[in-house]
Design a protein around this ligand. Structure first.
Ligand code: ATP
Length: 323
């Protein structure tokens, strides 16, 4: 008989179909309105009982991930232990993260790992937090953690931590991700956005059309995007993608212009920088078109590697134990 001691959760990367960024707040953060979309690129997080909390990271970009209490998965473990009121079962855990989501790529891999750690420890400790209670713990850990729990397509407000599912038919979209040879630190991209906006005043910040955000006004959800999602029409969705952080990411990583242009020339229905970058995201009309696009993009030498993914997909969930 196999004795199962560990619990594994699988968690998706996120795209931002819209990222509208308001002016900086007094605390230095920016109010956002974003439309999150979970896609089929997954990290796996396993937790096992141990004397004290440790983390081991393997896979894509593991060397760039903190192996101490700064790791977002370990922060999630500590936050859940507190929320579970230090129940007798909430002992130390050995956390093992198998990464496929590239690090500092605009895909919220760290937040994803935190969400997976919450789901896995809630099960390991039989802590019994409801999805809503887990969502509250998640929102206190980081901006994107609550969405990584929820998955699907959802509107995020505040710093992104207040999430509401978007009402849309169950259309499956085909995306190609172009991973860059390098990383972008999210705070540096926001600082670059503030610099780009500063001399131009409100309303003239260089955001792409339809983004709904500007340097001076509160960000709003894009009606063009929501109506594209309701219609399930990939061509409309491609035209409605927007990201206020894109000009800032391009200013810090100019090579991405060539990547975006190549994808559009190769027939993508839409092209956008993922979150704070530097991953570039392309929408294709069908699985076949996504395959052609992925092959052509990797041959064009405009990125480090490519991946085909679909969305929306479910949020962090337990992986059934084997054996
Ligand atoms: P953000 O979520 O801030 O938009 P991102 O999506 O671009 O960022 P992440 O992969 O989440 O990128 O990593 C951002 C930073 O978070 C990394 O540089 C890393 O130092 C830190 N980090 C902490 N824990 C993790 C983790 N488990 N996986 C990846 N990065 C982590």
């Amino acid at each position: 008989m196999t004795i199962v001691t560990g619990v594994t959760a699988r968690v998706p990367a996120k795209l931002n179909l819209q990222l509208a960024v308001g002016p900086p707040r007094a605390d230095g953060y920016h109010d956002l309105v974003t439309v999150f979309h979970a896609v089929s690129l997954f990290d796996e997080v396993t937790v096992e009982p141990a004397g004290h909390d440790t983390v081991t990271v393997t896979g894509e970009g593991a060397a760039h991930v903190p192996h101490d209490g700064d790791n977002l998965a370990l922060r999630a473990v500590a936050a859940l232990r507190t929320a579970a009121r230090g129940g007798a079962a909430a002992g130390g855990v050995r956390v093992t993260i198998a990464k496929r989501i590239p690090v500092a790529a605009g895909l919220a891999g760290g937040s994803a790992d935190a969400a997976a750690a919450l789901v896995a420890c809630n099960d390991l400790w039989t802590a019994g937090l409801t999805p809503q209670q887990l969502g509250e713990v998640a929102a206190a850990i980081g901006s994107d953690v609550a969405f990584a729990l929820l998955g699907g397509t959802a509107v995020g407000r505040g710093r992104g931590e207040h999430v509401t599912p978007a009402l849309a038919p169950a259309t499956q979209y085909h995306w190609v991700l172009a991973f860059a040879d390098g990383q972008l630190a999210t705070p540096k991209v926001y600082a670059a956005l503030d610099r780009l906006r500063a001399p131009r005043g409100s309303g003239g910040d260089g955001s792409p059309p339809g983004s709904g955000g500007s340097g001076g006004s509160p960000p709003r959800v894009s009606t063009a995007l929501m109506s594209a999602l309701r219609s399930g029409d990939a061509a409309l969705l491609g035209r409605a993608l927007s990201n206020d952080l894109q000009p800032a990411a391009l200013s810090l990583f100019p090579a991405l212009r060539k990547t975006l242009a190549a994808g559009l020339e190769l027939g993508a229905l839409g092209a956008i920088v993922a979150g704070s970058g530097p991953t570039c995201v392309f929408l294709a009309g069908t699985a076949e078109r996504a395959l052609e696009l992925a092959v052509s993009l990797s041959g064009a030498g405009v990125c480090r590697s490519v991946a085909r993914v679909t969305g929306p997909t479910a949020g962090a969930a337990l992986v059934p134990a084997q054996g």
